[in-house]
Ligand binder design. Structure first.
Ligand SMILES: CC(C)(COP(=O)(O)OP(=O)(O)OC[C@H]1O[C@@H](n2cnc3c(N)ncnc32)[C@H](O)[C@@H]1OP(=O)(O)O)[C@@H](O)C(=O)NCCC(=O)NCCS
Length: 332
């Protein structure tokens, strides 16, 4: 991508001169406010609750996204003589490259400058390196035609619903228990030695292999972020000791990511994760529509479906979403 550019796109529809450049760390709070304001602008009218004022967890995600792919965390600025730097951020996008997968994590434009070409320009400025081998993917709100149309116009088409479930396993028998011979081992136990020691290396290799089999790419940087966020991981070993899956859950209630070698293991692993952790509030998990048995099972266990589905979009197949549950819509 172009690191900094004063180009205006879309035939001069842009609101004044928009300059694009990589974001600085001290600009992430402004980006999070744009995220909140541009979402609230349309969800409130749909009768949905506003995004809360506390931006703590989204800011930690932004820190991670920027740190792991700084050139693809891009802000759009317009001239504004009333502010100290003479420019004001009106939009931003963030994408990350994980092996051959380019994932657009965020793309938000302030409501007053939407529909004037800024989103399309941000897409270009945060884009993948040229070449045939990169898969482009993102997640959109099914209630938002602009983003779905914008990404689809460049081939990143909505393909698969991602459903959000909230609640507690009030009827845990609907999720069942792990098949005999499958043993959950906490990541902490496996990586108990010094950083960089054998335990760490073996765990990282097992997780990377499971990710490549199910998600199509490994993403060790994101696993480091998950552990910093306090998500607790388990590696599931088969009777012969071979890793057959992994999964995370946290006391904040997040469940996922989960990767399994055999799709039949997804439901019992969800049962294990939601039984192993006592969340401070409710559990929240994201299930792709292709993880159909898990969808049936969590509803049977008493979880409630929440809000409009998110849509996973991509330009060509790359993952088996019957065997992989993502971290969140913002980061696979
Ligand atoms: C989605 C968003 C980032 C797009 O940015 P934007 O600056 O408004 O979009 P642009 O003007 O660059 O492009 C929109 C394109 O979609 C097209 N479009 C919009 N609605 C459409 C529809 N219903 N059907 C077909 N095309 C449509 C526009 O014509 C335009 O295409 P063009 O450049 O060929 O004219 C911005 O509107 C936004 O922040 N929305 C609210 C939050 C959100 O949903 N963010 C995305 C999260 S996934």
């Amino acid at each position: 991508m172009t690191a900094a550019s004063g180009a205006t796109a879309s035939g001069g529809r842009e609101p004044g001169i928009v300059r694009y450049r990589p974001a600085r760390p001290d600009e992430l709070t402004t980006c999070a406010e744009i995220w909140r304001d541009s979402i609230n602008d349309y969800i409130v009218g749909l009768g949905q609750p506003e995004i809360p004022q506390d931006l703590g967890s989204i800011l930690r995600l932004y820190d991670h996204l920027r740190a792991s792919d700084p050139d693809r965390f891009v802000v759009g600025l317009v001239p504004d003589p009333s502010v100290v730097d003479g420019e004001r951020i009106v939009a931003f996008a963030s994408a990350v490259l994980r092996e051959r997968l380019w994932y657009l994590s965020m793309c938000f434009v302030l409501p007053e400058v939407q529909g004037r070409g800024v989103g399309r320009s941000l897409l270009a400025h945060s884009g993948p390196p040229p070449g045939d081998d990169v898969v482009r993917a993102t997640a959109t709100d099914s209630a938002q035609p602009i983003s779905n149309a914008l990404y689809a116009s460049v081939g990143i088409t909505p393909r698969l619903p991602l459903l959000n479930f909230i609640g507690h396993p009030m009827r845990p028998e609907a999720l069942g228990s792990l098949p005999s011979g499958i043993r959950p081992v906490p990541f902490d136990e496996l990586a108990g030695g010094p950083p960089g020691g054998d335990g760490h290396a073996q765990l990282a290799a097992a997780v990377d292999a499971l990710d490549r089999e199910s998600l199509g790419v490994a993403h060790p940087l994101d696993h480091r972020y998950l552990r910093q966020e306090g998500r607790r991981g388990w590696l599931y070993r088969g009777p012969d000791g071979v890793p057959v899956g992994y999964g995370y859950a946290t006391e904040a209630g997040r469940v996922g990511p989960v990767a399994v070698r055999d799709a039949d293991l997804l439901v019992p692993i969800l049962g294990h994760l939601t039984g192993a952790i006592t969340p401070r509030g409710a559990f929240a998990l994201w299930l792709p529509g292709t993880a159909d048995r898990s969808v049936v099972a969590v509803l049977g266990a008493g979880f409630r479906m929440d809000q409009f589905p998110i849509l996973l979009c991509w330009d060509r197949p790359f993952a088996d979403f019957s065997r992989y549950l993502p971290i969140s819509p913002g980061l696979l």
